[in-house]
Design a binder for this molecule. Structure first.
Ligand code: GDP
Length: 445
């Protein structure tokens, strides 16, 4: 992930400010140096880095910290605000009917992003359709079709037609019942004139409400030229930065966004249709700084919970889990939900206090909720009494023996389940603290 190490290195430096009520110029210099190092490593352009450093330095030394704020929180808040300013707003994207055109070079992640976005809109209750106009890249049609099937969204393409403009028009007609039309276009290896001509033709034919440029996070400074060219030809309303999972860079894309006065709409964080996040500047930066992204997390949890809700269980409210005792029944739902939520280390990064290496301190399998394990645990839980499910802490050795026997599992598995419950109950305590995390407390000051 971009600027991955910024959070930990910065936290280390900021920690040296702990207990100080006044900050010296040297203190600020240290902090600024860390930030410069991380940003330059991530390919952010030098002039941007310098501007940012100057602001942080100036503000840290000149602004009077609000009463009761420690030196550390004062600087942290300024760093946070300046970084939020650097990444800019999130692209305006109302949840309503619209046509979105995707542009970008070949391999940037357009086709994948089209399906991901469609999935995202469908989770927001809209009816999306993807129209694949890429007649240039062999396999684009099949890939898009398959991904849309996985995302369970409507798809239009025509492998026998070689005029992309005709496909775009036919596609809009064929999917007129959909609310959100996402038009994927062909890329080339580099910015060739015929690519620009083609996308201008499609742009005229579909008259999109928004045009989004897909940029590979690893692209480096070349992103700037691309962004400018697409901006000049069709106008760019926002950027999707793809493949953030695979790189510590991303600064090139950030620079491009900044240069063209554009904004970031989405982040791509993996190869499956669910690996997409709406870009939220404040959440993104608090996550980088290791403060947890409460909003993203609660969105993901909510979505996963909805998906794993069982029909005969209408009375169950996920909120209860955050309030009261975390039972084995909650754990079962939680594990099912986590299966729907995606890679757990990503989820954990979003929990305040859980980012920044805390995961590394847990045993490797502490949060392992693979299908297999889940199945074994479910069998074990089926052999438990209602009382045991509600109050697993009360389960003693003789009960473990009985449950193991009844479920046909060994005692070790039963104990593992109880151990995992304990770990998860502890994690839930972190969730309970949600809403008054570090950052929020700080921002109120
Ligand atoms: P297109 O030519 O612009 O349509 O690019 P594709 O959508 O075909 O993506 C090119 C490659 O990048 C494919 O192998 C995708 O699976 C991969 N890819 C796209 N987005 C992501 C992402 O966010 N993370 C990772 N790890 N891979 C991605």
């Amino acid at each position: 992930m971009v600027l991955d190490d910024l959070g930990s290195s910065l936290r280390g430096t900021l920690d040296t400010l702990r207990g100080k009520s006044r900050i010296s110029e040297e203190d600020v210099d240290e902090v600024v140096k860390e930030i410069q190092r991380s940003l330059l490593q991530a390919d952010v352009e030098v002039s941007l880095v310098m501007d940012l450093s100057d602001s942080i330095k100036e503000r840290s030394l000149e602004e009077e910290p609000p009463g009761g704020t420690t030196a550390r929180d004062h600087v942290l808040r300024i760093v946070y605000e300046e970084l939020v300013d650097l990444v800019g707003e999130s692209t305006d994207l109302p949840l309503e009917s619209q046509t979105i055109l995707l542009a970008g070079l070949q391999g940037s992640g357009k086709t994948t992003s089209a399906a991901k976005m469609a999935w995202w809109f469908s989770k927001k209750g809209l009816r999306p359709a993807v129209i694949q106009t890429d007649t240039f890249r062999p396999g684009a049609y099949d890939q898009a079709k398959q991904m849309c099937e996985r995302a369970e969204v409507e798809f239009y393409g025509d492998p026998d037609e070689d005029d992309p403009v005709k496909i775009a028009r036919d596609g809009l007609d064929a999917t007129e019942d959909a609310d959100v039309h996402i038009v994927d276009t062909a890329g080339r290896h580099a910015l060739e004139d015929d690519l620009i001509d083609e996308i201008e033709d499609i742009d005229r034919a579909v008259d999109p409400d928004r045009s989004l440029l897909v940029l590979d996070a690893a692209i480096g400074q070349g992103a700037k030229d691309q962004a400018r060219q697409f901006e000049d030809s069709i106008g760019i309303d926002g950027v999707i930065i793809s493949k953030l999972d695979g790189t510590a860079k991303g600064g090139g894309a950030l620079t491009a966004v900044n240069e063209t006065g554009s904004t970031i709409a989405f982040l791509g964080t993996g190869e499956t249709v669910q690996d997409i996040e709406r870009f939220e500047p404040s959440g993104f930066i608090s996550r980088l700084l290791g403060m947890g992204d409460l909003k993203q997390l609660s969105e993901r949890v909510e979505r996963a919970m909805e998906e794993s809700m069982v029909e005969d269980d209408e009375e169950w409210d996920p909120e209860d889990m955050l309030k009261g005792e975390f039972t084995l029944k909650d754990m079962r739902r939680q594990m099912q939900a986590m299966n729907n939520m995606g890679p757990l280390d990503q989820v954990m990064d979003m929990i305040p206090g859980m980012g920044g290496g805390i995961m590394d301190q847990l045993p490797d399998d502490a949060m392992d909720v693979t299908q297999d394990r889940l199945r074994h645990f479910e069998v074990v839980m089926d052999s438990m009494t209602e009382e045991e499910l509600e109050n697993p802490r009360g389960i003693g050795a003789s009960q473990v023996r009985r449950i193991a026997k009844g479920s046909g599992q060994d005692e070790e598995t039963v104990r593992e389940l109880l151990q995992q419950h304990k770990m998860m109950a502890q994690t839930m305590k972190q969730f309970q603290g949600m809403g008054d995390g570090d950052m929020q407390r700080m921002m109120k000051k």
